[in-house]
Design a protein around this ligand. Structure first.
Ligand code: GDD
Ligand code: MG
Length: 348
């Protein structure tokens, strides 16, 4: 069964600022590969061959990426004039999504290895109008709280419930929706699936839960974005890092990842836990560990970067120090010799 999919890629990604000022969430690299590439590949494996990207922010950059060969064909953009929430975009794109089959809907900041085929099959057999992937976490408060019955039917749904402090099942942001669910969404205004649609479906007994265990992160906060990257990096498949040009006398401590075209100078030290996207240059004597660097950035001679995230096309000057927990936006220049204290945030 061929399915259509919609990725929710709007919103302002405020919790990823300042990195998101120059890059939409979907283009954030996960161990060197933009999230959108991974998502489209994953959707394709689950028989989703037509994908709609619902966007409203920084759509030019996404448009360029979608137009590039990497993302492949079958990807379309649906652009909102004003943000329509998590439900409105489905209504806006209802003609594109129309057909016999249910539709796969994904929050555009979820990095996970969910078995989409199994989710679809379970949905088909359940007789539910919608199925939601659920995931078990230690603190449910930042998420949509799900109450399941013994058959994994969702009997209660509450978005960002402040009361439940403990562990529990949450909405993992990957759904299968029958066409009649899209018809439930009011037209022409912002609608929250989580606040307006899922509680109603749960009450009607028409919302099935599908438990995922394994890799799952919402990368919408910098700390979670970093943890997701480091967890993936630690998987055996990523070792050793690819190298564009590694000076023989630079030292490496695994795990590390070097994207295509990275250049690493003499006497530099990379790792442990350094993820450098394509085209990053590490000059002579520079040191980096526990950090992520987006594409085309430069670490100057004898600079030091520890436990930080550095946006794309940024230059860290000669002898500069970036202290642990810092976030440097894209397209920034940190002057030669400057020391940034731990936890610094640098905007463009
Ligand atoms: N097109 C469009 N338009 N997309 C939007 C809009 C909008 O107005 N607002 C938000 N989105 C997209 C975001 O880009 C994101 O990919 C997705 O919808 C979810 O929004 P978030 O802002 O990331 O929500 P959240 O993380 O607080 O909560 C959601 O995800 C949790 C799982 O990560 C909810 O679905 C929770 O129930 C869920 O547990
Ligand atoms: Mg999110």
């Amino acid at each position: 069964m061929l399915l259509k999919g919609l990725i929710l890629a709007g919103g302002y990604a405020t919790r990823l600022r300042p990195l998101s000022c120059t890059k939409p969430k979907l283009l954030f690299p996960l161990v060197g590969t933009p999230l959108i590439e991974r998502m489209i590949e994953w959707l394709g494996r689950g028989n989703v061959k037509e994908v709609i990207l619902a966007v409203n922010h920084l759509s030019d950059k996404l448009r360029m990426e979608v137009g590039s060969k990497k993302s492949g064909s079958g990807v379309f953009l649906s652009v909102e004039e004003t943000p329509l929430g998590t439900g409105g975009p489905l209504r806006l794109a209802d003609k594109l999504l129309a057909g016999e089959n249910p539709v796969v809907v994904v929050n555009g900041d979820v990095a996970a290895d969910i078995d989409l085929e199994s989710l679809t099959r379970t949905h088909e057999m359940s007789g539910a109008d919608a199925s939601m992937t659920v995931f078990s976490v230690r603190d449910t408060r930042p998420f949509g709280l799900v109450t399941l019955d013994s058959d994994d039917r969702i009997v209660g749904f509450e978005e960002k419930s402040p009361l439940n402090r403990g562990p529990g099942w949450i909405n993992a942001g990957v759904y299968i929706l029958n066409q009649n669910v899209i018809e439930m969404i009011p037209k022409g205004r912002a609608v929250s699936l989580e606040r307006e649609i899922f509680p109603v479906l749960a009450k009607r007994g028409k919302l099935k839960g599908w438990k995922h265990s394994g890799f799952w992160y919402d990368i919408g906060k910098v700390q979670d974005y970093v943890t997701a990257n480091m967890e993936l990096l630690a998987r055996p498949g990523y070792l050793p890092g690819r190298s564009g040009g590694l000076a023989p006398i630079s030292s490496i401590e695994q795990p590390i990842y070097l994207g295509d075209g990275c250049l690493v100078g003499k006497d530099s030290k990379i790792g442990p836990r350094a993820i450098l996207s394509a085209g990053v240059k590490v000059k002579r004597g520079a040191k980096i560990h526990d950090s992520i660097v987006f594409e085309e950035s430069v670490l100057g001679e004898n600079s030091l970067v520890e436990g930080s995230v550095i946006g794309e096309a940024t230059t860290i000057g000669k002898n500069a120090v970036v202290g642990s927990g810092s976030i440097i936006a894209g397209e920034v220049t940190v002057p030669d010799g400057m020391t940034l204290k731990p936890g610094s945030i640098v905007l463009n």
